[in-house]
Design a binder for this molecule. Sequence first.
Ligand code: PNS
Length: 160
Amino acid sequence: MKIAIYPGSFDPVTYGHLDIIERAAKLFDRLIVLVSINPVKPSTFSTEERVDFLRKSTSVIENIEIDSSSGLLIDYFKKKNADVIVKGLRAMSDFEYEFQMALINKDMYQKAETVFLSANSASMFLSSSAMKQIAMFGGDISAFVPDCIAKDIIKRLKIN
Ligand code: PNS
């Protein structure tokens, strides 16, 4: 049984994340999508909202669990007896930071392998922050997030 963890801020989840989630769920027996609570990086949405958006958006995937954690990823990885950390890569600009995190995690725990999945071409330039700006100013976000969460995102972010 291969367990993979896909960690991130998911502030909020977008089709870019969902593409990685769907593909990773096919590659591994169990996929844990982990909302990371970072005390030094304030998030727009609360942990509960981010978890809820992920649950709603992934309800059809059977081998998935959505969880949150405020500690080190590697401690969570050990606690779950996981095999792989999954990360998505968009452009080359993501690579240096992600490569550094993969090396640090492996240094802290040799069993921690990071597998990178390339973003699909439609999500190459999609980011939660760009989507949030579009929502804030009343733009159409239907190409970036599923319908089941779009209304809640707009309600929370739209100015006026
Ligand atoms: O979506 P993001 O913001 O790129 O995700 C970054 C994340 C959550 C994967 C990373 O910050 C993380 O693993 N945080 C948990 C704390 C930790 O383990 N930090 C050391 C990793 S080098």
